[in-house]
Design a protein around this ligand. Structure first.
Ligand SMILES: Cc1cc2nc3c(=O)[nH]c(=O)nc-3n(C[C@H](O)[C@H](O)[C@H](O)COP(=O)(O)O)c2cc1C
Length: 390
């Protein structure tokens, strides 16, 4: 499966095309819309979310609620387009009173983008570099989530820190898979610990008052995976790099760890590697999950756990210094309407990216023409694994 998105932040619409989707997969518009709503929500989001109410419209590849094996087109309208028809017109001349964006924001794509494409207006860059694009990704990766759900795999996320507010955790690699997704969904910071959630909101309030922004960390958990997805033989097969690349493709992600991650580098081997045991019900399993569900570039069958770091939002209401592209004088960076903190929303985007990488690995291993064959192939594989451990 591949997906491609198009659309500017204040253009008429965002679109995504997903191809390589097997036939016979049930698709629910409601599930994709629920994910779009989850991406829009979260304490600390900006005014744009009050304007938009993202809904997907599928215009190809699905018939009577099931995929038919052809490319799927998903469209999400930008309601804000109504306010930008002159400044973002596809044809015609720019309005005479057009205010170009000439004060690039440190931390955003503005400056390097205009240098790269030879433009005198940062808007040519920021319209696409804006994380509004991630709405199209959530729609596109929703197809992968449907596929995984069909195969008994769920992917969820929770926020572990915002600024200095950190969730206390004893043994996150063993505890994470048990956090109840509903508790997380009910939290506007996606944090299952109420005291930490209060501290996170307080951090965001403090940042907003100071004209500041915040980043944080979140964890992605995928449960119900078979062992052996991905591969150990070539660089391109390794799930470690494929999932990490998917996560690093999200704007503002600056760190990804699997399992213990950086902490593993501090500990001796006996405290890191997960001992192998043979369980009468589960077959081969592990005493722990410090590896975060990946060994040798393949899924182990334990939950896949990735922790991501998101940097603070670049747009600041108390702006940093920049250089005006017209006057070449020092100036305040521009103040595009903006989130104070988007860590919870970013976690939702990341769920989708992980789901897409995992769904592709399933198709690679079990076929990709239709769901019936894929399900049968997985059942046969599981049966063989049982025989091995008997
Ligand atoms: C869900 C989400 C929402 C974001 N919202 C904003 C925002 O409102 N304002 C902003 O300046 N950056 C926002 N960002 C971050 C920028 O998109 C990102 O920092 C920028 O594109 C530069 O890319 P880089 O951080 O990877 O270098 C958001 C990112 C995500 C994932």
């Amino acid at each position: 499966m591949r997906y491609m998105t198009a659309g500017e932040s204040h253009g008429p619409q965002l679109a995504a095309i997903v191809d390589g989707v097997p036939a016979g997969l049930h698709i629910s518009e409601d599930s994709i819309n629920a994910d779009l709503a989850r991406r829009q929500s979260g304490y600390g989001r900006g005014g744009r979310q009050l304007i938009e109410q993202d809904r997907v419209r599928i215009t190809s590849g699905v018939r009577f609620g099931r995929t038919i094996g052809s490319p799927i087109t998903l469209v999400v309208e930008n309601r804000d387009w109504q306010n930008w028809t002159d400044r973002m017109a596809v044809f015609g001349d720019a309005p005479v009173d057009l205010q170009r964006e000439t004060t690039p924001r440190p931390g955003h794509a503005d400056l390097v983008g205009v240098l790269k494409i030879n433009s005198d207006d940062c808007r040519d860059v920021l319209e696409r570099a804006s994380a509004r694009e991630t709405a199209a990704r959530v729609a596109a990766t929703g197809i992968a989530r449907e596929l995984l759900a069909d195969l008994g795999v769920d992917v969820f996320s929770y926020v572990t820190s915002i600024g200095q507010a950190k969730m206390p955790e004893q043994d996150p690699m063993m505890d994470a898979p048990d956090y109840k997704p509903l508790e997380i969904e009910l939290s506007d910071v996606r944090c299952p610990n109420e005291a930490t959630a209060d501290a996170m909101r307080a951090e965001i309030d403090k940042a907003r008052e100071a004209g500041e922004s915040l980043g944080g960390t979140f964890r992605i958990v995928a449960r119900g995976l078979v062992p052996g997805l991905g591969g150990y033989a070539t660089a391109g097969e390794r799930m470690t790099s494929r999932v990490a690349a998917a996560l690093f493709s999200i704007p503002a992600i600056k760190g990804v760890e699997f399992g213990l991650g950086f902490k593993a580098a501090e500990l001796p081997g006996s405290q890191v590697h997960d001992e192998i045991i043979l369980d009468s019900n589960l077959g081969f399993t592990r005493a722990g999950n410090n590896a975060g569900g990946l060994e040798g570039g393949m899924t182990t069958g334990m939950p896949l756990i990735a922790t991501c770091a998101m940097k603070p939002i670049p747009t600041l209401m108390t702006p940093l210094k920049t250089v005006d592209l017209d006057t070449l004088e020092a100036a305040d960076a521009s103040k595009e309407r903006s989130d104070v903190c988007a860590v919870p929303a970013c976690a939702v985007v990341a769920e989708g990216e992980v789901a897409f990488a995992l769904a592709n690995a399933y198709l690679e291993k079990f076929g990709h023409d239709n769901m019936a064959d894929i399900r049968a192939n997985i059942a046969a594989y599981k049966e063989r694994l049982k025989t091995v451990s008997r």
